[in-house]
Design a protein around this ligand. Structure first.
Ligand code: 3PG
Length: 214
C-alpha cells in the first residue's frame, strides 16, 4: 500500500554536509554558516564527535540541525536523542524509514535510480536525496527522473560544488542542494571559519537568485 506523502522536511535551500572531528568547533562553525546566510546543516555520523556536535548545534537558536550518514535504527535513536531535527541517509533502508516514522522525525533518504524512487514513494517519501549526484548523471538525471515522478523533489548531494550549484538549484525538481564544499572537514579542523562564511555567502547568493523555490 502506498502511504500518504509526508510534508517537506525543511525549507532551507542549502544543506552543508559537515564532517567534524572536534565537537568544540561546532559553535564557531554554526556562526560562520549563519553569517553566510545558511541556517541549516547535516552533521554526518562519521566521526566520534558527531553526536556531541549535533547536541551543541541543536542548542543554537535559529539553526536547524540534521544528522547524516544515518545507517540503522540505532543511528536514528542516537541522532534524535542528540536533538537532530531531520535525518539524511545515503540510501533507502526500511529500518531507517520505520524508525524515523516511529520518532516522527523527517527523513530524506538517498536514491539514485527509478526503482529506488518508486520504493521511496511507496513509503510516502517524496523529498529524496539524489546521491551520488554527479556520478549518477547530475542535473540531467534529475530532470529525467522528474518525468515519471512529478511529485518528487530532490536534494542533490555528492560532487556538488560552487561551479555547478546554480545549475542544480535552477531545476524545478530540486528543493535544496547539499554538499561539503562550503565547510570542508579540513576547513573546520583548521578553524578557517572566515572561508566558510565567505563560501556560504557565495552559495546563498547563487541559490537564492536561481532557485524556483525562492
Ligand atoms: C556526502 O555524503 O559526503 C555528501 O553527499 C557530500 O558530498 P561532497 O563531499 O561531494 O559534497
Amino acid at each position: 500500500m502506498t502511504r500518504r506523502p509526508l510534508p517537506r522536511p525543511f525549507t532551507d535551500l542549502l544543506v552543508p554536509v559537515v564532517v567534524i572531528d572536534n565537537a568544540a568547533r561546532t559553535a564557531e562553525l554554526v556562526s560562520a554558516l549563519l553569517a553566510g546566510g545558511i541556517g541549516c546543516a547535516e552533521i554526518a555520523l562519521r566521526t566520534p564527535g558527531a553526536l556531541l556536535a549535533i547536541e551543541s548545534a541543536a542548542r543554537i537558536p535559529g539553526f536547524r540541525i540534521g544528522a547524516g550518514t544515518v545507517l540503522s535504527a540505532e543511528d536514528v535513536d542516537r541522532a534524535v536523542d542528540a536533538g537532530a531535527q531531520f535525518v539524511v541517509s545515503p540510501g533507502l533502508d526500511d529500518e531507517v524509514i520505520e524508525r524515523c516514522a516511529h520518532h516522527g522525525v523527517p527523513l530524506v533518504p538517498g536514491v539514485a535510480t527509478a526503482t529506488e524512487v518508486q520504493r521511496a514513494l511507496r513509503s510516502g517519501l517524496e523529498y529524496l536525496k539524489f546521491f551520488p549526484a554527479e556520478a549518477s548523471g547530475g542535473r540531467a538525471a534529475i530532470e529525467q527522473l522528474a518525468g515519471p515522478f512529478p511529485s518528487v523533489q530532490f536534494l542533490p548531494s555528492g560532487g556538488v560544488s560552487r561551479e555547478n550549484v546554480a545549475s542544480y538549484a535552477s531545476s524545478d525538481a530540486v528543493f535544496a542542494v547539499s554538499g561539503s564544499w562550503m565547510a570542508s572537514r579540513r576547513m573546520i579542523a583548521d578553524g578557517d571559519f572566515e572561508t566558510i562564511a565567505e563560501l556560504s555567502r557565495e552559495a546563498t547568493k547563487l541559490v537564492t537568485q536561481l532557485s524556483p523555490a525562492s
